[in-house]
Ligand binder design. Structure first.
Ligand SMILES: NC(=O)c1ccc[n+]([C@@H]2O[C@H](COP(=O)([O-])OP(=O)(O)OC[C@H]3O[C@@H](n4cnc5c(N)ncnc54)[C@H](OP(=O)(O)O)[C@@H]3O)[C@@H](O)[C@H]2O)c1
Length: 347
């Protein structure tokens, strides 16, 4: 079969053997996989250690073709999402086919996990650990399964937002709403009944598209001054930071400043800066600061039910499809795609 492989020489389209079923495994025909905007950075080593060689690709929508004898929660024919998250407990987690180690930051056990479960989903077929597979009941009837490749990003955003409690009737801000994770968070907060959603970012075109989602959406174009940005964003009950790598923590801290008393700031983005939190002020404002990484099966089911019921309409998201033929052009397109647009690999 054809697959995108990465080795010391980089990323390329390769002919590889079809995955062989083994204990604890599920083989899926890959229907579509989201290409994150920063995939080029992941391949070039800018986001941490990628175990090589491997078939790249963290997440996909697939149709199950075979299951090992010890797999009972899915069966051939089911449409599923591969969440890539393999959790051994005690913080030892890996994302199969990608960078990212969980709370432990990497141990001898995560090394062993990455030896056994290494290959990802940017291929015609994938062998997935059963723990990474969640069934999407009724997805066979969804008109365009490739569009569902956006579901994992919605789930990461949802898991983050849910740490702040129910969103209905509350004011939510999304910092980095102009990226795909932020766009997903805006859609999710609207679907779950937020009173207002303030979309914050730099890209004016992406902000204008978000504003078209409806009258509950406000936008703020970051100007780069913490106090001015905070005043324009807030006051809000919940702020989700979904920024990519930024040179300073100013935008994140503007979100922190914009919180109401008892507000929550949730961090899910790619910012690699330290945050200076004033102890007394944090205490007196009774704030919560939460981190959130990936999502859990229950969140996947909740988000899928929002889509299935029509409460979250994926037609608001522009889908750009690419095939396996030209990985370099596909990754370049993904890098140039932001906001409510995303690139799906359809092998
Ligand atoms: N927590 C998790 O489980 C999880 C899972 C997946 C991904 N992530 C993280 O989520 C982050 C966002 O992902 P993404 O797909 O949306 O793509 P991304 O390309 O990493 O993020 C783009 C966003 O970051 C903003 N941004 C980038 N550089 C900036 C700067 N210097 N100043 C201000 N804003 C800046 C962009 O704003 P403009 O476009 O307006 O310039 C846009 O809103 C990623 O970095 C990734 O690490 C986290």
């Amino acid at each position: 079969m054809r697959a995108w492989t990465v080795d010391a020489q980089g990323l390329r389209l390769s002919e590889v053997p079809e995955p062989a079923l083994r204990g604890g495994g599920v083989v899926v025909e890959v229907l579509a996989a989201h290409l994150p905007a920063y995939t080029n950075v992941v391949v070039s080593g800018g986001r941490g250690d990628l175990p090589k060689p491997l078939i790249l690709g963290p997440l996909c929508i697939g149709r199950v073709t075979a299951v090992a004898p010890d797999v009972f929660h899915v069966a051939p024919g089911d449409l599923v999402v591969d969440t890539a998250l393999l959790d051994a407990g005690d913080g030892d987690e890996i994302l199969v086919g990608w960078v990212g180690l969980g709370a432990s930051g990497g141990t001898a056990r995560t090394d062993r996990m990455r030896e056994v479960w290494r290959d990802g989903a940017f291929a015609e077929k994938a062998l997935c650990a059963k723990e990474t597979i969640v069934k999407l009941p009724g997805a066979e009837n969804y008109p365009d399964p490739a569009r569902l490749a956006f579901l994992p990003w919605l789930c990461v955003a949802a898991a983050g937002l849910h740490t702040a409690g129910p969103l209905a009737g509350r004011d939510v801000a999304v910092i980095g709403a102009t990226g795909q994770m932020g766009g997903a968070a805006v859609l999710l907060a609207l679907a779950e009944g937020a009173a207002t959603v303030t979309a914050v970012g730099r890209n004016k075109v992406a902000l204008d598209r978000l504003a078209e989602l409806g009258p509950r959406v406000r936008t703020h174009q970051l100007i780069g001054d913490r106090a001015t940005d905070a005043a324009a964003i807030g006051p809000v009950d919940v702020a989700l930071d979904a920024l990519g790598a930024t040179p300073t923590a100013d935008a994140t801290m503007a979100a922190y400043d914009s919180l109401r008393v008892r507000g929550t700031l949730v961090l899910v983005g790619g910012v690699r800066q330290d945050l200076t939190i004033p102890y007394g002020e944090f205490m007196h404002r009774r704030l919560t600061l939460r981190g959130s990484w990936m999502s859990d099966d229950e969140t996947v089911r909740t988000v899928w039910n929002l889509i299935r019921s029509g409460a979250l309409d994926l037609s608001a998201v522009e889908l750009l499809k690419v095939g396996l033929d030209d990985p370099e052009s596909a990754l370049d397109l993904a890098e140039r795609t932001s906001g409510l647009s995303f690139v799906a690999l359809v092998p």
